[in-house]
Design a protein around this ligand. Structure first.
Ligand SMILES: Cc1cc2nc3c(=O)[nH]c(=O)nc-3n(C[C@H](O)[C@H](O)[C@H](O)COP(=O)(O)O)c2cc1C
Length: 159
């Protein structure tokens, strides 16, 4: 038997991660969500992975767009993280956020720490999430800064 979900959550709180905003564009709309389940999986070719809740609007949009941008957040961007996590209500999350379009049209957040533009090369259902493997087609560092971290259910900064 697997462990109960509460025990899983309790232990996973002790794992630290960075915070990203993953954006995408379909014919109908641009959108984005906050994602911490992100990792680098291969160097040649350069591949990354994100894990997205199967019920989310963003998951349907990712399926359609087949491309996304991973925007790494700076340590002073926790409000942006809350906004893209839907914690600030039913706002257009991208309204008023300075962006530039990537090749796929998915927005690059101009003030983020760094970004990766990816095309989806593989998907895999995994429990209540879907894993998206992206091949990195373009990338950049906007300006050196410290990353936003998430640990023990809250935002953290490097000392
Ligand atoms: C710090 C943080 C990290 C998150 N990481 C993920 C993640 O890795 N995968 C995911 O599916 N949702 C994650 N979420 C939740 C989504 O950002 C949230 O459910 C969002 O509202 C989904 O947007 P949508 O419903 O418009 O698709 C995270 C939220 C926060 C605050």
């Amino acid at each position: 038997m697997p462990i109960p979900v509460d025990q899983f959550k309790h232990v996973m709180r002790h794992w630290a991660s960075g915070v990203t905003v993953v954006t995408m564009q379909t014919d109908a709309r641009k959108h984005g969500l906050t994602v911490s389940s992100f990792l680098s999986v291969s160097l040649e070719p350069p591949l990354v992975l994100i894990s997205i809740g199967e019920e989310l609007t963003s998951e349907a949009l990712l399926k359609e767009s087949a491309a996304f941008v991973v925007n790494f957040l700076r340590d002073d961007q926790s409000e942006l993280s809350d906004r893209f996590a839907g914690r600030l209500g039913a706002v257009d999350r991208l309204e008023g956020v300075p962006t530039q379009p990537s090749t796929s049209g998915a927005p690059i957040l101009q003030d983020c720490l760094a970004w990766l533009e990816c095309r989806v090369v593989q998907t895999q259902a995994a429990g209540d999430h879907v894993l998206y493997v992206g091949e990195v087609m373009a990338a950049g560092v906007n300006r050196p800064a410290k990353p936003l971290l998430y640990w023990n259910a809250d935002y953290r900064k490097l000392e």
